[in-house]
Design a protein around this ligand. Structure first.
Ligand SMILES: [Zn+2]
Length: 418
């Protein structure tokens, strides 16, 4: 990859220069601290070329010197170490149904600050956009960061999105907002029109950390996001499949029980998301308590959270166990249908249902067994990941912005060539 072709055309040499710069900067992503010799070893690019590339990014303010390390074993010169600048940032906002959040990361992946507002979404998208920008502005002020030092931003939302235009196509959580909704205008005013802002579906944001999971890298994976909503990410060859209308993965709105009376925000009845929602689970619990009143959850039917229900079930509470079995019987056909659509090697439950108890899991697997298209048993492993979804969202947003920002070809070009 090094420039070793003095006979090459000027255009080819310019291309090689950019390839080398890209490799050098890549080595620093996610906070690595490296010397020129180490990068040379990592990338196979000659040390003098690495040094030139480091200068180039120092001039741009993207790399900084972190001082000299101890001298090498051979007693050579003390190497100088570099990292990504600590004064360039990504800001990651979440506009979730019951929580608005902003996280500030350094380019090198240090989480510098976080603000959370536990509030419902406003009635208009304009107000939601304004509140998101105000929260971001407050976080920047608190961290003494100027908006112009933010390199890229993201907004995580429920619903389907058009990433190219940054438009929310529709969310069943805010049907009153309508379709083709603009959420990013105020944030763009704050950060400047030049700063890229990625709008992404929350489920897909929360699934991104799995893209970096070595154990899953060669697998087809479905990550099922469950909590205030249900959606999924279909991961294949290290990518989350999206589709032109970003419909792939909106499994919360798969019709599971067409005769169910509850109307979903999407305009349909019988959606998977409605059948396993926290409100529905509480209703199931209330019904069950009428028949099995002797329960640790006897006075909790109004407030019980899904993880609490599973905990009670695990501890042998009969009412909680009855609800756990009912929920597993709703999940089983959905997972079977998903396997027929995508044939995953792994399905990961994330959010509330990651807290499922052993009875839920046993019932779920038993319900799926015996399907004759599974001649060797259930063809995927079922994992649960109980890391908080807000943390997964922030981490996923960092991963997305890291990818977005460092993919920009402008970063690697000489100013005068522009
Ligand atoms: Zn629906």
């Amino acid at each position: 990859m090094d420039i070793q072709h003095p006979s090459g055309s000027p255009a080819m040499l310019a291309d090689l220069k950019i390839v080398n710069r890209r490799s050098v900067l890549n080595a620093f992503r996610r906070g690595a601290r490296l010397s020129a010799s180490e990068i040379s070893q990592l990338t196979g690019i000659s040390r003098p070329t690495v040094v030139k590339c480091i200068r180039f990014f120092q001039d741009k303010g993207l790399l900084i010197s972190r001082g000299k390390g101890p001298s090498t074993a051979a007693g050579g010169k003390r190497p100088e170490y570099y990292t990504l600048s600590e004064s360039r940032y990504f800001i990651c906002v979440a506009l979730w149904p019951r929580e608005m959040r902003a996280c500030l990361y350094s380019l090198g992946h240090t989480l510098l600050g976080k603000l959370v507002l536990p509030e419902s979404l406003p009635s208009t998208p304009e107000e939601a956009g304004r509140q998101a920008a105000a929260l971001a502005a407050r976080l920047l002020r608190e961290q003494c960061v100027l908006p112009q030092d933010v390199c890229a931003a993201s907004v995580s939302t429920s619903g389907t999105v058009d990433r190219a235009t940054g438009t929310l196509m529709f969310s069943s959580h805010t049907p009153q907002w309508g379709t083709h909704v603009h959420l990013l205008d105020s944030l763009s005013d704050l950060l400047g029109a030049e700063t890229p802002i990625l709008l992404e579906n929350a489920g897909k944001m929360c699934a991104r950390p799995f893209l970096l999971d070595d154990a899953l890298k060669s697998q087809r994976v479905i990550v099922l996001f469950t909590t205030w909503g249900v959606s999924s990410s279909f991961i294949e060859r290290g990518h989350i499949t999206n589709g032109r209308r970003s419909l792939i993965g909106e499994v919360g709105h798969m019709t599971v029980a067409p005769d169910d009376p509850e109307l979903c925000g999407c305009g349909s009845r019988g959606c998977f998301e409605r059948l396993i929602s926290p409100q529905r689970v509480r209703r199931m619990l209330a019904e069950t308590l009428e028949e099995i009143p002797d329960s640790v959850l006897a006075d909790r039917a109004e407030t019980c959270r899904i993880p609490e229900l599973f905990r009670a079930s695990e501890e042998g509470d009969p009412a909680a166990q009855a609800v756990s079995v009912r929920l597993a019987r709703i999940f089983a056909p959905v997972l079977r249908n998903l396997s027929l659509a995508f044939d995953p090697d792994t399905v990961v439950l994330q959010g509330d249902y990651a807290a499922c108890d052993s009875l839920f899991r046993e019932t779920l697997l038993r319900e799926m067994e015996g399907f004759r298209y599974y001649p060797d048993g259930i063809p995927f492993q079922l994992l649960t990941d109980d890391r908080p979804i807000s943390d997964m969202d922030a981490e996923g947003a960092y991963i997305a912005l890291d990818h977005l920002y460092f993919s920009d070809p402008e970063l690697y070009r000489d100013e005068e060539e522009e």
